[in-house]
Design a protein around this ligand. Structure first.
Ligand code: FCB
Length: 451
């Protein structure tokens, strides 16, 4: 512990739709995740987030548990459709009241709230009006951000505009695995632009010396198969790195889109019309959040890389495949490589020297078992966390501006299309009874943080 810089922030993260439940309480409107989860065939076992962890009612217990683990920060997200049920128009004060109670409970427990304004739950009426494929969504997001920050600025000082816009765009509008479930090919890049514009407009609207504002991305090291021996594999890695990393980092940090990505996807002319948005998108950040789980290694099969007829998260690279490099994997199938976290933090620091960085999510899913004595021995999760925390220690010792680390996630929850079949929590949740039980990893963390 002493080897981390003073003031290093230790936290855990959740997201509104994954934990709250109470989907029709106190005036909350429907979001794209309500609609999607209630569409047959979209979620494992036909589950929904209707109840999830019932955090809407149990937040006080959950925050108390978080504080007992020695964690000092809670990253949660604010459901837009609780605050503005139709996405635009009337504000619902009961929605704001809930987040005020949540933030105040954090503060009473010595926990600093970090609020994410958008963790994927677009109000359904905005999707009906075109969703993130239309520019209006960005402006409505700005309004929501301004109203929410304006109402809660006395209790919430740290704001994250968007969580992983890559997922919103390419899972939501690319391969349709996430809400709203659309498969729009290269048009998913329009969603990228409108999400980033929404971020930039929100940043302008809420930035003040009283608070810090950032955005959370999910950048990942992208490698070519066989260490890049083949030219085609190297080109595949360039394309996927472009879509996953540079398409977000460069507009945000350098004020430009990577021209190769716009060419690969046939979107250069569309983007050229909106070049004047780039100064808004690249407004000065107080920090960048990094969600890191794993690296990706890719190869290009024989034949054309691009196949616009194919449903994919990879416009212009539809035929690129991920390859197994033999690394151990978590239950998600994600290869474990802690050093990838250092690589990505270093790459970002090279682009934007000294910009404060936070790991805003890191963690692992395993099929936890409750033993007959009631304990949950999740050694693999503990080992995953230990290894990644050690990387954080190393990079801070090297002088990288890493300011904090948030574990995904505080407690088992609704893991999107996987429903309740993937458990990432430090705390086990028995869904029928809503009973919370600390896993071994949580006991370990508590010892680590309080040692
Ligand atoms: C991230 C999401 C988070 C959770 C983890 C496992 O992409 O931000 O909500 O699903 O993955």
């Amino acid at each position: 512990m002493t080897s981390f810089p003073d003031g290093f922030v230790w936290g855990a993260a959740t997201a509104s739709y994954q934990v709250e439940g109470a989907v029709s309480e106190d005036g909350r409107g429907p979001s794209i995740w309500d609609t999607f989860a209630h569409t047959p065939g979209k979620i494992a076992d036909g589950e929904t987030g209707d109840v999830a962890d019932d955090h809407y009612h149990r937040y006080a217990e959950d925050i108390r548990l978080l504080a007992e683990l020695g964690l000092k920060a809670y990253r949660f997200s604010i459901a837009w459709s609780r605050v503005i049920p139709a996405g635009s128009g009337a504000t619902n004060s009961a929605g704001l009241d809930f987040y005020r109670r949540l933030a105040e409970t954090c503060l009473e427990n010595g926990v600093t709230p970090y609020a994410t304004l958008y963790h994927w739950d677009l109000p359904q009426p905005l999707e009906d009006a075109g969703g993130w494929l239309v520019r209006d969504a960005a402006e409505r997001f700005r309004d929501f951000a301004a109203i929410t920050q304006g109402a809660l600025s006395d209790v919430i000082k740290h704001w994250i505009t968007l969580n992983e816009p890559w997922c919103s765009a390419f899972l939501g509008y690319g391969n349709g695995e996430h809400a709203p479930g659309r498969t729009e090919g290269a048009d998913a890049l329009k969603a990228v632009h409108h999400l980033l514009l929404g971020h930039g407009l929100a940043l302008q609207a809420i930035k003040s010396p009283e608070n810090t504002i950032g955005i959370t991305l999910n950048p990942a090291p992208i490698h070519a198969a066989e260490s890049g021996e083949s030219e085609a594999d190297r080109d595949a890695a360039r394309r996927i790195d472009g879509l996953r990393n540079r398409l977000f980092l460069e507009p945000l940090l350098l004020g430009k889109y990577p021209s190769d990505v716009l060419e690969d996807t046939g979107m250069a002319d569309w983007f050229a019309q909106y070049a004047t948005d780039l100064p808004v998108i690249s407004g000065p950040l107080d920090f960048l959040g990094v969600n890191y789980y794993c690296p990706t290694t890719v190869a290009a099969p024989d034949g054309p890389i691009s196949d616009p007829g194919k449903v994919s998260t990879q416009p212009g690279s539809e035929n690129v495949v991920a390859v197994d490099t033999g690394l151990e994997r978590t239950q998600m199938g994600w290869p474990i490589q802690p050093s990838g976290l250092r690589d990505i933090l270093k790459a970002i620091n090279d682009l934007a020297p000294d910009l404060p960085l936070y790991v805003t999510e890191n963690g692992a899913a395993y099929p936890d078992e409750v033993l007959s004595d009631g304990t949950i021995q999740d050694d693999k999760r503990q080992s995953y966390l230990e290894q990644h925390i050690e990387v954080c220690r190393q990079v801070t010792a090297e002088g990288l501006p890493l300011k904090g680390y948030f574990i995904w996630t505080l407690m088992d929850n609704f893991e999107w299309a996987y429903g309740f079949t993937r458990r990432f929590g430090l705390i086990h949740v028995d869904y029928p009874t809503q009973q919370r039980t600390l896993k071994q990893s949580a006991h370990w963390l508590k010892n680590f943080l309080t040692a």
